[in-house]
Design a protein around this ligand. Structure first.
Ligand code: SF4
Length: 467
């Protein structure tokens, strides 16, 4: 009996349903009972706090490698108001607080000027995320972007993304961003429907959203991407497809479609529980939104760049996301930022005061430093494939181990379940497979760990409140 068969036979019925799913005539909604994880992956080992600085500095004194693409993530942990569904809010915007923060962020960038590892590298993508980086005043954005350009060894064609709220797409901010090379703006539209937007805490109405997007595009300086969310309260599939139609009529270059997660502790969960707003779509209902979106965007010949991202024009490269999801180094800056360097991953202090204190003491503001699980590079290659809605075990086996070929037994079960279609050696995800992509990825990683490394535990991370 093959090792993979032994592993599958050893699973309890519950584990089997969680990892492999169940055969159903409606695979899109019925193969799994829920989504297991938000971010598939393997857990690493935490480094004790007393060792963190020493290990970080040791990595930063290593020689960089110009042949490997790298990215930088810069976190701006401020928002002008809390969106109801948000699980990431850190601090309210306030000009004085932002100025103190940007002072420290500039100091952190200057610390990196002394790191051999950073200076020997070429940075291919920089992503300003948050929070809301676009809340920064023109003054603070100007000095931060100027320092970034001076300190980081940016590639000539470096993609520099600014995450933005619609409200901040005003001339005085746009001009500062473009002056310093921002060439991609990712705008959190979430919904064009005024009532839905405003019930979720977004300020602007549909007309303002459209006007501001057109203003940003009119400079012709940056790729313009929008995020839309499906499964919001009071939204239905027709309303969501209407959002896609509006988006397609605008001068954008691509879009990300995210399913709503109703986090247990969120204001949205409380508002739904108190009957103040209608319930959000269930996971099974969300599957129908994704199915409708794929069908609509396929008709328009949008190019699929990842499981949740579509390009409308060939200006969109999505370099940062591609690098981050394929295991490239991402060097983090700012309170709450996360990154990876080689076989370590890290989170910087989320608490604003602790972050600023660490910088003032000349320390890299680490909160968590983790030695990645054995097999990190292989797991990232698996994720890179599933992000592209396919799996090719033969390719992985050629690079890593023939043992991996046994995973085809599981892929063949998923073909039978309607999650994949087999084309030569490549297993292509059906629409159902794309909807359950996180579960599939997590299972392949866990089975790989067990096949090659003898690790036996399986992850179950209940992620959200909807059923
Ligand atoms: S702008 Fe983004 S980070 Fe800020 S509250 Fe809204 S969703 Fe959360």
């Amino acid at each position: 009996m093959s090792k993979i068969r032994e592993i599958l036979d050893s699973l309890s019925t519950e584990q089997y349903k969680m990892m492999i799913g169940e055969k159903s005539c409606q695979p899109l909604t019925e193969t799994f009972s829920k989504k297991r994880v938000v971010h598939p992956g393997a857990n690493g080992q935490m480094v004790p706090p007393v060792k963190q600085q020493e290990i970080w500095l040791e990595y930063m004194q290593r020689k960089g490698d110009k042949s490997k693409k790298k990215a930088v993530y810069i976190h701006i942990p401020f928002c002008s108001q809390i969106c109801l569904y948000c699980g990431f809010f850190q601090n309210y915007s306030n000009e004085e607080r932002e100025t103190m923060y940007v002072d420290r962020l500039i100091k952190q960038l200057l610390m990196a000027k002394e790191y051999k590892y950073v200076q020997d590298s070429v940075i291919n993508a920089v992503f300003f995320g948050g929070g809301t980086p676009s809340t920064l005043s023109p003054y603070n954005a100007d000095r931060l972007l100027k320092t970034m350009n001076e300190v980081l060894p940016l590639a000539n064609d470096c993609e520099i993304t600014m995450e933005a709220r619609v409200h901040d797409l005003v001339d005085e901010k746009l001009q500062v961003w473009f002056k310093h090379g921002v060439n991609r703006i990712s705008v959190g539209v979430q919904s064009f429907d005024t009532a839905i937007r405003q019930s979720m805490g977004r300020k602007d109405d549909k007309e303002t959203v459209i006007e501001n997007l057109k203003r940003a595009a009119s400079y012709n300086q940056a790729v313009l991407i929008i995020d839309l969310i499906y499964g919001l309260p009071a939204q239905d599939v027709d309303n969501f497809v209407n959002d896609l139609k509006i988006a397609d009529s605008l001068p954008i270059d691509g879009m990300d479609l995210y399913q709503l997660n109703v986090f247990e502790q969120s204001a949205l969960k409380k508002a739904i529980d108190n009957g103040k707003i209608p319930p959000a779509a269930t996971t099974k209902q969300q599957a129908k939104y994704l199915e409708a979106a794929i069908s609509y965007l396929d008709e328009l010949a949008y190019k699929r760049l990842s499981v949740c991202h579509w390009a409308k024009t060939n200006r969109e490269r999505s370099m940062y996301n591609t690098l981050a999801k394929s295991g490239a180094d991402v060097i983090p800056f700012g309170s709450g930022a996360g990154g990876f360097v080689g076989d370590i991953s890290m989170f910087l202090n989320r608490d604003l005061q602790r972050y600023m204190n660490a910088i003032d003491e000349g320390k890299w503001p680490l909160m968590v430093l983790t030695k990645e699980a054995e097999g990190k590079v292989l797991f990232k290659d698996i994720q890179a494939q599933t992000e592209n809605c396919m799996v090719n075990i033969q390719k992985l086996a050629q690079v890593y181990s023939e043992e991996l070929l046994q995973l085809e037994e599981v892929l063949n079960i998923w073909v039978e379940y309607g999650l994949f279609e087999k084309c030569g050696h490549t297993y292509k995800m059906t629409v159902a497979g794309q909807f359950w992509q996180n579960n599939i990825t997590q299972t392949i990683i866990e089975l790989t760990q067990q096949l090659l490394m003898g690790k036996k535990s399986f992850e179950v991370q209940p992620i959200a409140a909807q059923g």
